[in-house]
Design a protein around this ligand. Structure first.
Ligand SMILES: Cc1ncc(COP(=O)(O)O)c(C=O)c1O
Length: 433
């Protein structure tokens, strides 16, 4: 791993991409599908990573505000690497046959949930899509009905067979023509340029379920790919009530907002609700692929064996990394809440006529760019993105119009990489073309 003085980050010594990066990107193009997405947004070849710093093959050092899309919530940490290495000494593939790491992970996972969710059980998966797909199948198995699932505008739950229907944007569906699960699509409250209140959304759903009966509802507590939209307070509570009154199983998708990202271990905790099913992924394996569904224990009675299958689920290395993440995350939650507020203020105070809204919770912060009463166009966004990486920040965008920059730095990022990052971001968004 790199030995880095964060005071010297970012350090940009070549054009971006530099010559060695261009060489790797060109080779990749020869062998790998032309449909890769991330190398188009982040045109570098990676040499090494350490904590919240990425070194490219040309010797440039970047601030990592991407964290592999909220997968590396504790960065490229030595303690995760060491946990994986130690597990590697004993085993690295065990199916569902218990290992000590598996049981320790399951116990730590349960303790990460509120006291009224201690009788829940876990099904493991590989990806976030896998978890969300399993959660909806679980709801159908429990309800005994293959009926509708209520989902939301802006939602992203993955792109595999059934769950593709729950994901909102058509641009994500080009590679999968399957109709997927039957869904009722509701507006999501709090989206800029739209005007839905919590009451409007509840009315909308109530009307819709009179026509088509629903057995489940799948919601992100903060919209992720949909634009880092924080719904008005009480949204999840209102949904919980609606689900209770209509015998609907409530599934909360914490794949992106969970594992401390918003300053609480699970984002639904802000609303004090008790979901029936929770989906987790991304950071739950500390960067080694793993996802899971945490569900009401009494649902077990309704599940056949086998119910969900997959050779690679809950790999021992992912369990060991995840156990380390679960152990260390509680210690950073207060700082995420506090530094999240600091960042919200810092981004809000940037004097730029293109910032339309700054919003967020903890380390899930969206900076939406707009001009003349509408979103900034994609060409202008591409220019800002290019400038950001050329100035040493790896930062992604999201939202329906792709016009929201999203801060999703590691929860334990060095303060210096926040301060310097905000300065660079300010310089970039104040650029006049
Ligand atoms: C909220 C949410 N759910 C599900 C997924 C799908 O996860 P994966 O890409 O691991 O399939 C994502 C991915 O971004 C997500 O943000």
């Amino acid at each position: 791993m790199l030995n880095i003085d964060v005071a010297k980050v970012p350090y940009i010594r070549t054009a971006v991409p530099g010559p060695k990066s261009i060489e790797l990107l060109t080779e990749q193009g020869k062998y790998e599908t032309a449909s890769v997405t991330y190398p188009k947004s982040f045109p570098i070849g990676i040499k090494s990573m350490k904590d919240s710093v990425i070194e490219d093959v040309d010797g440039n050092l970047f601030i990592d505000w991407l964290t592999g899309i909220s997968v590396l919530n504790l960065g490229y940490s030595e303690f995760i690497r060491d946990a994986v290495r130690a597990e590697m000494e004993s085993t690295w593939h065990a199916l569902e046959i218990p290992t000590e790491a598996r049981i320790e992970f399951l116990k730590a996972l349960r303790s990460s949930f509120p006291s009224n969710m201690q009788d829940y059980k876990t099904i493991f998966g590989i990806s976030g899509a896998d978890a969300c797909e399993t959660a909806v199948n679980l709801a159908h198995a429990v309800s005994g009905r293959d009926s509708y699932t209520i989902v939301f505008e802006g939602a992203y739950h993955g792109v595999s067979g059934g769950i593709i229907a729950a994901t909102y944007e058509s641009k994500y569906k080009a590679g999968n023509n399957s109709p997927g699960f039957k869904v009722i699509r509701s507006p999501y409250p709090g989206i800029l340029w739209e005007n839905y209140s919590v009451g409007d959304v509840i009315d909308y759903i109530q009307t819709a379920i009179r026509e088509n009966s629903a057995d489940s509802l799948l919601v992100e507590p903060v919209l992720g790919e949909g634009g880092y939209v924080v719904p008005p307070e009480g949204f999840l509570k209102a949904l919980r009530k609606l689900c209770d009154e209509n015998n609907i199983i409530m599934i909360v998708d914490e794949v992106q907002a969970g594992m401390g990202r918003t300053g609480k271990m699970w984002a639904f905790e802000y609303d004090g609700i008790k979901p029936d099913i929770v989906c987790a992924g991304k950071s739950v394996g500390g960067g080694i692929p793993m996802s899971l569904v945490y569900y009401r224990g009494d649902f077990d009675e309704k599940l056949p064996t086998p119910f969900h299958l997959g050779t690679y689920r809950a790999n021992p290395l992912a369990l060991a990394a995840g156990r380390e993440v679960l152990k260390r995350t509680p210690a950073v939650l207060d700082s995420v809440k506090e530094r999240g507020k600091y960042l919200l203020k810092a981004f809000s105070e940037i004097d730029s006529d293109v910032i339309a809204q700054v919003r967020g919770k903890g380390f899930m912060i969206g900076i939406e760019l707009g001009k003349n009463g509408g979103p900034v166009d994609s060409n202008t966004m591409a220019r800002y993105k290019k400038l950001l990486i050329e100035n040493g920040i790896v930062m992604h965008t999201c939202g329906h119009y792709g016009n929201t920059f999203r801060f999703m730095g590691a929860l334990n990022i060095d303060q210096k990489l926040l301060d310097t990052g905000v300065e660079i971001f300010e310089k970039v968004v104040r650029t006049k073309w």
